[in-house]
Ligand binder design. Structure first.
Ligand code: NDP
Ligand code: OXD
Length: 312
C-alpha cells in the first residue's frame, strides 16, 4: 500500500494549491486534501500550513507533520497536537536569500537616508548627504538559525559591524556572538539597527518591548521579519514618537492582514509589507519535504525536527 499524505492549509484554497503541487511532483504517494468533518483517512504524514487543530483530532496515525514554513508557532500552539508527534519545519528552502535581500534593503533605507531623499524630491531640492560611516551603524541580528545566520553573513559582507544573539551564542563568521538572556542587554546596547529573526515561542513573545528597545542606541531602527507577537506595538510606537528610535520596517503583525485602523498603516516613520519578506518557494519546498519523507520511510535521520522543549 502506498504512503498516504494528508494536506491541510488554513483555507480550502491553500489546501488545494499545495495538494496540486505535491500530486504533480510524485506518484509514489497518495495525497488527500483535508477538510473539516471528513472521516479520518488514516494518513501516514500531514503537510500543513496553519492547520486547524481538528486535523490532529481526526488523523490519529500520523508518523510526522511537515510545516510549509520555517516558523512553527501556529502548529505548536494547537492543544490538539499530540505530544509525541514529530513536527518538521522548512530549513531555508530558498527563504534565507530572500530574507537577506529584504533586510539589506531595510538597512540601506535608513543608513543611506532614502526617506530623506524622497522628501527632497518632493520639495524639488538637489542635495547630497555625506557617505555612510559604517562604524556608526552596528547591526544586531536576533536569531542565528537557518535564516538568521545567512542574513547576518550578508550584513557582514555589506560592511556593517554585526552582532548576533541566539540561545547558544552560535558562531557565525564575522559576527560578534552573544547568547542567552544574560547577554541580551549587552547585545542590544551595542546595536543601532535591530533585525528580528527569532522563532515565536513563550520565551520570545513580547521580547521587543519598551525595556529592551530602549537599550538600543539612540536613533535606532527596528526591522521585524519574524512574527508580530514579538513586538509590543504600543512600546515601539511610543519609542518612535519620543525620538529614541527613528523608525521601523515591519513585515509581520499580531493580526494579519493588518487591521485597517491600525496606527502602523499611516505612521510616517513606519514602513510595512504584507508578510512577504521571504516567501515559501514551491519547488524547493516540495523537494525538501518529499526527500525527508523518503528518509523517514527508510528509517534514516532527518534534520529540522522541532524540539518540543524549546518550541522551535
Ligand atoms: P531557526 O529555528 O533555524 O533559528 C532560530 C534561532 O533563534 C536560533 O539561532 C536560536 O538559537 C534562536 N533562538 C530561539 N529561541 C531563542 C531564545 N529564547 N533566546 C535566544 N535565541 C533564541 O529559525 P529560522 O532561521 O529558520 O527562522 C526564524 C524565524 O523567521 C521563523 O521562526 C519565522 O517566524 C520567521 N520567518 C519569517 C518569514 C517572513 O516572510 N516574514 C519567512 C520565514 C521565516 P540557537 O541557535 O542557539 O538554537
Ligand atoms: C515562515 C513564514 O515561517 O512564511 O516560513 O513566515
Amino acid at each position: 500500500m502506498s504512503i498516504r499524505i494528508v494536506v491541510a492549509g488554513n483555507t480550502p484554497e491553500v489546501t488545494r494549491k499545495w495538494h496540486e503541487r505535491f500530486v504533480r511532483a510524485t506518484t509514489a504517494a497518495q495525497f488527500i486534501e483535508w477538510a473539516e468533518g471528513q472521516p479520518p483517512v488514516d494518513a501516514d504524514y500531514a503537510i500543513v500550513w496553519r492547520p486547524p487543530g481538528a486535523l490532529f483530532r481526526q488523523e490519529r496515525r500520523l508518523k510526522a507533520a511537515f510545516n510549509l514554513g520555517a516558523g512553527v508557532d501556529s502548529v505548536m500552539r494547537l492543544p490538539e497536537l499530540p505530544a509525541e508527534l514529530p513536527v518538521l519545519r522548512l530549513e531555508d528552502a530558498g527563504m534565507a536569500r530572500q530574507m537577506a535581500e529584504y533586510v539589506l534593503h531595510g538597512i540601506a533605507h535608513v543608513t543611506r537616508r532614502f526617506a530623506d531623499y524622497a522628501d527632497l524630491q518632493q520639495a524639488g531640492q538637489w542635495r547630497q548627504w555625506p557617505p555612510v560611516s559604517y562604524s556608526e551603524w552596528p547591526v544586531g541580528v536576533m536569531g542565528l538559525g537557518a535564516i538568521g545566520s545567512q542574513v547576518a553573513q550578508a550584513i557582514v559582507a555589506a560592511g556593517y559591524p554585526t552582532a548576533g544573539w541566539s540561545r547558544s551564542a552560535r558562531h557565525v563568521d564575522g559576527v560578534h556572538a552573544f547568547g542567552g538572556p544574560d547577554q541580551l542587554g549587552a547585545f542590544l546596547e551595542r546595536s543601532r539597527v535591530l533585525v528580528n529573526l527569532l522563532p515565536l515561542t513563550p520565551d520570545t513573545e513580547n521580547i521587543l518591548n519598551r525595556q529592551n528597545l530602549k537599550m538600543l542606541q539612540s536613533g535606532g531602527y527596528v526591522i521585524n521579519v519574524a512574527r508580530g507577537p514579538h513586538v509590543v506595538d504600543e512600546d515601539l510606537l511610543a519609542l518612535i514618537d519620543e525620538g529614541h528610535l527613528q523608525g521601523a520596517l515591519l513585515d509581520v503583525f499580531r493580526v494579519e492582514p493588518l487591521p485597517a485602523d491600525h496606527p502602523y498603516w499611516k505612521h510616517p516613520k513606519i514602513r510595512i509589507t504584507p508578510h512577504v519578506a521571504a516567501m515559501t518557494l514551491e519547488e524547493e519546498t516540495v523537494r525538501q519535504v518529499l526527500r525527508k519523507i523518503e528518509l523517514l520511510e527508510q528509517g534514516r535521520p532527518v534534520t529540522g525536527v522541532v524540539s518540543r522543549g524549546r518550541g522551535y
